[in-house]
Write a protein that binds this ligand. Structure first.
Ligand SMILES: [Zn+2]
Length: 285
């Protein structure tokens, strides 16, 4: 099918590059010939917004999270991304973060993030934060988000970054969170890639408040890895994970997804456009 208009990409990495430690930075930059362009967009929200418009991407969720030990990001990444988003809030929405072990007052920080900075969603990264998503230390974070109808995105699946604890990427951990916070919107980034797809499918099928987001999975393999994806219907969201290793640009993955014959055109349109608009429209984003 033809690429539709108004695509929303939930998972794009726009982060304060100068905070990234050397080892993970080398992992990101290895093998990329467009590092200069990436850096340009990290520093120029207007230029990036225009770039997205040119690619036919109506809105993009900009990923930030706090991981002082592994990645280098501290809580100031929230201020940074709020400012970036504010340049073009029609185009961008901001995922921010918190690490309970590196925060003196979690409820107060949540007020700052959600009520002062107006962060649109909170990203949890268990392998990079070395904490399970079901750790009770995250519960005040979930409570604050649930209360305000702000979504949570959780990295599910492995990570190749130095020091990452991949075991903590098991999507089944979110079964507990979804039970304890039935009104919290939970987005499972990467659908448990590369060997927890069944767990991710189960959790999304079981809980109405849990969504699957497809970033970081080569789209041509989706029908093989997630043959029953269409059953999840309006719980599936689009994302690329640009500029992660293996993701060339934001549009070529869309093209590959549109070319898949295994899923119906109607479903593909919902994933790229309708589900995301519904998701964002019904929340505070
Ligand atoms: Zn990512």
């Amino acid at each position: 099918m033809e690429i539709p208009e108004n695509i929303i990409d939930f998972h794009v990495h726009i982060q304060p590059w100068e905070q990234i430690k050397d080892a993970p930075r080398k992992t990101i930059e290895a093998g990329r010939s467009d590092v200069e362009a990436i850096l340009h967009y990290q520093r120029n929200p207007k230029a990036f917004s225009e770039h997205l418009a040119g690619l036919g991407i109506a809105r993009a969720g900009l990923i930030n999270y706090v991981s002082p030990k592994l990645m280098g990001f501290d809580s100031s990444c929230n201020d940074w991304i709020a400012e970036y988003r504010n340049v073009d809030p029609q185009r961008f929405f901001a995922w921010g973060g918190i690490h309970p072990n590196f925060c003196d007052d979690v409820p107060a920080e949540m007020v700052r993030l959600l009520d002062v900075l107006k962060i649109d969603g909170i990203k949890i990264h268990p392998p990079h934060q070395e904490m399970s998503a079901r750790d009770k230390a995250f519960y005040p974070v979930y409570a604050a988000c649930e209360e305000r109808n702000v979504p949570i995105m959780v990295h599910t699946g492995t990570s190749v970054f130095p020091g990452a604890r991949s075991r903590l990427g098991d999507p089944l951990d979110l079964d507990d969170v979804a039970i304890d916070f039935p009104k919290l919107k939970i987005v499972m980034a990467h659908a448990g890639r590369p060997f927890w797809y069944e767990q991710a499918f189960f959790v999304a099928r079981r809980h109405r408040n849990v969504y699957v987001e497809l970033s970081g999975i080569p789209p041509q393999y989706l029908p093989k890895y997630l043959p029953r994806l269409e059953f999840l219907d309006d719980s599936v969201l689009w994302g690329t994970d640009w500029p992660s290793p293996g993701v060339k640009d934001l549009r070529s993955n869309v093209q590959v997804f549109c070319d898949l014959s295994e899923y119906s055109d109607e479903f593909k349109r919902r994933v790229l456009v309708d589900n995301a608009h519904k998701f964002l429209g019904s929340g505070s984003v």
